[in-house]
Design a binder for this molecule. Structure first.
Ligand code: DI6
Ligand code: FE
Length: 401
């Protein structure tokens, strides 16, 4: 056999099992976009490859995964940031017609092409930092036509950007103005018309389960409908109050529950039993200057896998840097650098149900590999505003160096 690629003279950080798994003088063999072999360079099988790359001692990690974003949107809410810094709250802004609904108005006025064009530089910012898989949610259309349009924008982005996009339908993100005071009627629309219109084109369904959004019964109905379409489910849960969204997510076998600032121990137990991943979003609590932290010790005690993501969105987390999310995961949530790196690799893959495909450097996985100009994996958490990404291999091909 003559494999496509041998990458040698690298320090391999495999992230298998959520640990660094460092191989100081390592090598990787890939063929047809899939990793065939990972190990010590001294044990490298003797055969030649079509292409051999000398890593010059750089550090190799799996391609990074941003498993929770809302980065397709139109409009500009930078003024809200300024208002918040002058003391106006997120809720007050929302009541005055700003917030999510401001983005919905602008997104409804945009074409799929314009939405994709606006999203492209945001995605590029992530790709420059070694991201090879991202999840993107709908949720700024909030009617059949405009939610479909957001999925169209995802398809356009996938055509010309070197990234695997995991598409999530979040029709239940907010109650649109035309349904104000009629949340149950809007949930009917989500279940009877919106979900059927996008089900064959998305990878999962998410609900914003919160006192200011959808309650437990409404969330359950939407998730049951998703299940009927055989779609995996996710929930935004316990961000602002202890409503029990994470427990419901776990009972229904959700891939992940996100935010979790108000998670309690009985719901954590349910998450552990169902294998639901906890997605931590430090950017949102940083921007909202939220004092409450997700209970990381509780998550550790129950051995619940913790993912870390940007939550990139125009309101609560205008953060388009996964390296910043890693740093904030450590500084604001108390994660260890190893936990934070697992949060954007193997555990992020699990949050997308793709852990057999991506998220670690192990035989059988997609050859998505990032080379970094650093000596130790902790440096990925250490800097702020410095990007040591040096080369990116995606599906076994060098896409950037
Ligand atoms: N939770 C959030 O924090 C964001 N969406 C969500 O479900 C807010 C999105 C926005 O403000 O536009
Ligand atoms: Fe979110």
């Amino acid at each position: 056999m003559k494999p496509d690629l041998i990458l040698h003279n690298i320090a391999v950080v495999t992230m298998a099992g959520g640990r660094y798994g460092l191989i100081p003088r390592g090598a990787i063999i890939a063929h047809r976009g899939v990793i065939q072999w990972v190990g010590e360079e001294a044990l490298l099988p003797g055969y030649q490859a079509r292409r051999t790359i000398d890593g010059r001692g750089r550090l190799a990690t799996p391609g990074l995964i941003d498993c929770h974003t809302h980065l397709i949107y139109a409009g500009n809410r930078a003024d809200e940031f300024e208002q918040r810094l002058k003391g106006v709250s997120y809720e007050e802004i929302a009541k005055a017609g700003g917030g999510i609904l401001a983005t919905v108005r602008a997104t409804r006025r945009s074409s799929a092409e314009a939405l994709a064009a606006a999203a492209r530089p945001r995605i590029r910012s992530l790709l420059d930092e070694g991201v090879t898989t991202i999840e993107i949610k709908t949720g700024y259309g909030l009617d059949v036509e405009n939610e479909v349009k957001m999925v169209d924008a995802m398809a356009l982005l996938e055509e010309d950007l070197p990234v695997d996009i995991f598409r999530t339908f979040l029709g239940a993100h907010a109650i649109p103005p035309e349904y104000r005071g009629r949340a149950d009627a809007y949930v009917d629309l989500v279940c009877d018309e919106m979900l059927p219109a996008v089900a064959h084109r998305v990878n999962s369904v998410d609900v914003f389960c919160e006192s200011i959004a959808f309650d437990l019964d409404q969330t359950r109905r939407i998730l049951q409908t998703a299940r009927r379409f055989a779609l995996p489910i996710k929930v935004h849960a316990d961000q602002l109050s202890s409503l029990g969204g994470a427990g419901l997510a776990a009972e229904m076998g959700a891939l992940s529950a996100a935010h979790l600032e108000y998670l309690d121990s009985s719901d954590a137990r349910l998450m552990a039993e169902s294998g639901t991943v906890a997605v931590l979003l430090p950017g949102a609590l940083y921007y909202l200057r939220e004092e409450r932290r997700p209970p990381v010790d509780l998550l550790r005690r129950y051995r619940i896998p913790m993912a870390v993501a940007t939550d990139a969105n125009p309101g609560t987390s205008p953060c388009f840097s996964v390296l910043a999310a890693i740093n904030m995961g450590c500084m604001l949530l108390g994660l260890t650098p190893e936990e934070a790196l697992a949060g954007v690799t193997i555990h992020a893959a699990r949050a997308l149900g793709r852990e057999t495909l991506v998220g670690s450097l192990e035989p059988g996985k997609q050859a998505d590999i990032v080379l970094w100009n650093i000596e130790k994996p902790v440096e990925l958490a250490y800097y702020l505003g410095f990007n040591p990404c040096s080369a990116i291999i995606r599906h076994g091909r060098v896409i950037r160096r």
